[in-house]
Design a protein around this ligand. Structure first.
Ligand SMILES: C[S@@+](CC[C@H](N)C(=O)[O-])C[C@H]1O[C@@H](n2cnc3c(N)ncnc32)[C@H](O)[C@@H]1O
Length: 396
């Protein structure tokens, strides 16, 4: 099976788990999580996450790789406080939706707590040198081929100088027999993709990490990584003939162990630190679906000058408040861009918020309202109408 096929299969299975719920909570410390939505804690094949969270400090930036239902991000957010930033990345849209739902239940939202869809075998949607601590619980083993080494290089890139990586992962303690390894149920249950301690160490060294430590937590992995197929299995068409099966009974503790893995990016005072974390703020929100039509600046100007000539009731919304373009459409409603996704139907910045707005109208089957983008944006507007007092409102 190719690496892409494996990634698609893993994604389909975990999406299925996100939608259906999974009954494996493994060794989570439930008292610590009692106020979280059940769904956040049931999706972890826990190999030791809470110890990773202990060293977090108020105000730090934390990134969780393969954030699942969001549990570690939500716990990290409590440790770092409102001045910190906690971001979770996951390839499964359903997991991201679940994590956002859990964040909402906890009353936290972007930019303090954000979940973004991203595949960990690709460039991370995170700014270089922006993160104090990268966490990941039982995810890296799921990356096939050279995905693990690529990811560690990306982690090194996004960490601030002096930043740290704390992983909990499944590590192979001896050669895994081919018949166990090739069973994709064992892959998605975090066994087949496990690499040895030495290989892990080499990958981290190649990525330029220092002070690497790998500690066997000696946990019983029977409940987490046994040959039992995921509840409901994978019922997505994307699984096709590669549907996980369960043929072989075995004791995972014979071949794999849970490890706590830590490593540091060396300090370099010359390396600048980024104050933004996600490359684009809208990654923290659902993907846009609609492609709204455009109106020309002239059409908008005509409507503003003589609204009676149109049967349409028009509101011009400008979502760039205070962003120095030099002016606004006169009479437009001014909205800050990033603040009110949950308050739909209000609009947000440029194409993305406009498309969300149209998505929102579609979702409530509102066909009497319609969102348009103004072609050329505010810059085009100003170049056309600068000096025309009835159309331009200048920033003071
Ligand atoms: C075993 S679960 C762990 C979830 C979470 N870390 C926790 O402890 O609750 C693995 C998670 O990794 C995600 N994942 C697997 N492969 C991935 C990939 N290539 N890119 C991004 N996420 C991935 C899955 O969607 C799933 O949410």
């Amino acid at each position: 099976m190719s690496s892409d096929d494996i990634i698609n299969l893993v994604n389909a299975v975990y999406s299925d788990r996100a939608r259906t719920g999974v009954d494996k909570a493994c060794n989570y410390i439930f008292e610590a999580l009692s106020d979280l939505a059940y769904s956040a804690r049931t999706l972890a094949l826990d190999v030791g996450p809470l110890s990773q969270l202990r060293g977090l400090k108020v105000g730090e930036v934390v990134l969780d790789l393969g954030s699942g239902g969001g549990i570690d991000v939500l716990l990290a957010a409590e440790q770092i406080g409102p001045s910190g930033v906690a971001v979770g990345l996951d390839s499964s849209e359903d997991m991201i939706a679940l994590a956002r739902q859990n964040a909402k239940a906890k009353g936290v939202k972007p930019p303090h707590v954000a979940f973004a869809k991203a595949s960990l075998d690709k460039e991370l949607p995170i700014e270089s040198s922006s993160v104090d601590c990268v966490l990941s619980n039982c995810v890296v083993n799921l990356l096939p081929g050279d995905g693990k080494s690529k990811l560690m290089k990306e982690v090194f890139r996004v960490l601030k100088p002096g930043g740290r990586l704390h992983l909990a992962d499944v590590v192979a303690t001896r050669e895994i027999p081919e018949d166990i390894k090739s069973d994709m149920t064992n892959y998605v249950n975090c066994v087949s993709g496990a690499i040895s301690r030495d290989e892990y160490q080499r990958i981290l060294q190649d990525a330029a990490f220092v002070d690497i430590s790998l500690t066997n937590l000696a946990k019983d992995l029977t409940a987490c990584c046994s040959g039992t197929p995921p509840r409901q299995g994978c019922n997505q068409s994307s699984c096709g003939s590669q549907k996980p099966s369960t043929k072989i009974a075995f004791n995972p503790n014979d071949f794999v162990a849970s490890y706590q893995i830590s490593a540091w990016k060396p300090r370099d005072p010359a390396d600048p630190v980024s104050s933004t974390v996600l490359k684009n703020w809208w990654y923290a929100y659902p993907d846009v679906m609609s492609i709204p039509d455009a109106m020309t600046a002239e059409e908008v100007a005509a409507l503003i000058r003589d609204p009676t000539k149109s049967s349409k009731k028009v509101t011009v919304v400008d979502v760039r408040r205070n962003d120095h373009a030099g002016g606004h459409v006169r009479g437009s409603v001014q909205c800050p861009a990033q603040t009110f996704y949950e308050d739909a139907p209000e609009l947000k910045r440029t194409w993305t918020p406009l498309r969300w707005y149209q998505d929102y109208l579609n979702s409530i089957e509102n066909t009497s309202s319609k969102a348009y983008v103004m072609a050329g944006g505010i810059k085009g507007w100003l170049s056309k109408f600068k000096g025309e007092e009835d159309l331009v409102d200048y920033d003071s």
